[in-house]
Ligand binder design. Sequence first.
Ligand code: PLP
Length: 400
Amino acid sequence: MAYAAGVKGDGGLIMKKIPYGYHSIRSEDIEAVRDVLGSDFITQGPKVAEFEKALCDYTGAKYAVAVSSGTAALHIAALASGIVRGDELITSPITFAASANCALYCQARPVFADIEEDTGNIDAGGIEGLITAKTKVIVPVHFSGQMCDMEKIYEMASRRGIVVIEDAAHALGAAYKKSKAGACKYSDMTILSFHPVKHITTGEGGAVLTNSKNFYEKLLMLRNHGITKDEGKLINKEKEPFCGAWYYEMQFLGFNYRITDFQCSLGISQLGKIDSFVNKRRAIADTYDRELGKIEGIDIPARRPYSDSSWHLYFIRVKNPGIRKKLFEHLHSSGIGAQVHYLPVYLHPYYSAMGFKKGLCPKAEDFYGREISIPMYPALKGSEIRRVVKVVSDFFKKKI
Ligand SMILES: *Cc1c(COP(=O)(O)O)cnc(C)c1O
């Protein structure tokens, strides 16, 4: 994350700008990386499997495949689902573009379902009307760390043979009806991202979690060029010149989406601290709810009884969209690195050029016009939280 330069605060003091998100890397994390860098395996060594096992132990999933990014995880999960040219993938417009781009990577068509205005999550009730004979995949995105209504979505999808891939890039540590994000109790696969702004980091990195052996075996091969060495799976087995310990074969088109051992060592160290990271985020969210909930001009995020959020983001929505930009600029000039999540994916020029038009998802567009994400990360100090609250409150008290 970029740390912006200091700004002049009260009395001309230079204050460090508070970013909206920031990774937590401590000496033990650095040690963990250093240890691997001095070992025999920089990549494709034991740390990848160790990290995958730690992810399974934490989430409750049976299998994990660690890859080079959350985007790579989405790509191979989509490919493993069997989606092909002309098929459709339903997702939310309030997400990072990668959630929809995975359809385009497979020459499939993204279809956008509108959201719930108070959570920013895909509205499960709106999905059914968008399902066609071509719908192969649904990608619910747990926006900000609050879980989508997965039981409803999975029931609707599995009845029709549609594959559900949860985008849990925001939701490591969250739970749906007491079942951890990544457990895949109400989905076929779940993807995670370990970008530095997310709950834990490996620099760049991601993972696909699943309980299906079939998906797991496909994902392993997709990560590594579609290659297998597994004797039982070889197509050309027992035919000279193919048999022998040297032999491996490529059976379909895969990629190099491998992650390194030193990244996974960082991931293991980070994952060991996930509960404390998430607890800190929850405490910050409670403070924001209590303090910002008093302000007339904004709405705070709704909480659903089925979801225990891991608070990747804390977002406010201004009641009057006409002042959003002014508040955003006021935050920045006061040393607070706010951000807006997200421009509805289909309004990006690339998507517009494909024929997507404004007005497609009115609630998502309205949400985008009101949303501001304010600082939320485990190392945020009490004094910084108070500063954020004061700057937002003063704006509405017209003290600015
Ligand atoms: C970060 C993110 C991704 C992509 O993850 P990368 O690791 O950056 O490739 C996908 N979906 C969502 C919702 C994200 O926030």
